[in-house]
Design a protein around this ligand. Structure first.
Ligand code: KG4
Ligand code: ZN
Length: 343
């Protein structure tokens, strides 16, 4: 059995977890800073870094205590090396280096996106996903479509050319004067809306596996202002009419969901996938889950709700496979704030 202590501080969650064999969560602690960033409508990098410094040690201590393990009893220490906010990554990486050095344990730097990819393996009560799998990573910073042929073996099919899906949710939520983070707020508002009352055109980017969401965000802006899309915006900015918000939210969500689900399903058909893995913060979205399940030619697997958004358990799950493959990083490795998972 391998037991890995994992740390994650790439954005605004300070997290630590202990994972056995890449499948079983012995403990998982997440200290979210969302409330501190809500006033800014997004993550404030300097605030995030400072808060990581304040709580990282407590979070690690708690993770070990809940797993009933001492640091000496884990096999390795893993940490998110990138991608993410530099100031935030540095805090977790330095803490992990200190722990690994102090306890004489191997250290592994893990790609945050690979963490999301492995989050479905943490459902230890069901069979692990079969390969080949299509992976749709939809988070606040990334939208990636991958073909996964085996463990840690990825081929990038496409990704967003501009805004990430979660970023589009967050920006549109701001336009609709909804709370941060925007994804859950839009999903909630959309429940009482009619997606057909306020339709938006889809950016299909035919012939590619890529996505684009910034045009949609602009289309929502024009709809909010009640002006024809494409002409220069005119007049003063009025507060959005609350009665229109549900239909606008539903129309926007339907446009994002249809493009994401259709491309993932097409990829699954094209590559004979035996599973579609839907991961990252936006995978919490019920409409997206339902759209995929309705049209997928294979099982659709998503993490439990608490493992959709950033956490350290998923970093521990990914680290398990890297540990088995022999990865051991030197104690002087640097953070990689823009680290692609696959070329
Ligand atoms: O994976 P994550 O926690 O952080 C990154 O690595 O980016 O993803 C956060 C993103 C945010 O943009 C948030 O608005 C979005 O996930 N999100 C959702 C939902 N819950 C979180 N988007 C749509 N529907 C949701 N229910
Ligand atoms: Zn993430």
């Amino acid at each position: 059995m391998t037991r890995i202590l994992a740390l994650e501080t790439s954005c605004d969650e300070t997290a630590a977890a202990v994972i056995a064999d890449g499948r079983t969560i012995l403990s998982t602690i997440v200290a979210s800073q969302a409330a501190q960033h809500a006033a800014y409508g997004g993550v404030f990098p300097e605030v995030a870094a400072r808060m990581h410094v304040e709580v990282v040690q407590t979070v690690v201590t708690q993770a070990l205590a809940e797993a009933h393990l001492g640091l000496g009893e884990v096999d390795a220490v893993a940490v998110t090396r990138g991608p993410g906010l530099p100031g935030s990554l540095v805090v977790g990486v330095n803490a992990a280096k200190g722990l690994a050095y102090g306890a004489g344990k191997p250290l592994l730097g893990i790609n945050h996106l690979e963490g999301h990819v492995y989050s479905p393996w943490l459902l230890s009560d069901r069979e692990p996903p079969d390969f080949p799998a299509i992976v749709l990573i939809v988070s606040g910073g990334h939208t990636e479509l991958l073909l996964m042929r085996g463990h840690t073996d990825y081929q990038r099919l496409g990704g967003t050319l501009d805004d990430a899906a979660g970023e589009a949710f967050d920006k549109v939520a701001r336009l609709l004067e909804l709370s941060y983070p925007g994804g859950p707020a839009i999903e909630q508002a959309a429940r009482s809306g009619d997606p057909l009352k306020q339709g938006f055109s889809r950016a299909w980017l035919d012939g590619t596996w890529d996505f684009s969401f910034s045009g949609l965000k602009t289309a929502v802006l024009y709809a909010v202002r009640g002006q024809p899309y494409g002409k220069p915006l005119a007049g003063a900015v009025e507060p959005v009419d609350p009665a229109r918000v549900p239909d606008l939210a539903a129309g926007f969500q339907a446009a994002v969901v249809e493009v994401l689900a259709t491309k993932a399903v097409r990829a699954a058909q094209r590559f004979g996938a035996r599973a579609i893995l839907l991961v990252g913060g936006v995978s919490a979205n019920q409409a997206l889950r339902e759209a995929l399940i309705a049209s997928a030619p294979c099982p659709v697997i998503f993490p439990s709700l608490s493992l959709c958004t950033d956490n350290a358990a998923m970093i521990g799950a990914a680290a398990h496979w890297r540990y088995l493959a022999g990865q051991r990083d030197a104690l002087d490795f640097d953070i990689l704030p823009t680290w692609p998972l696959a070329g």
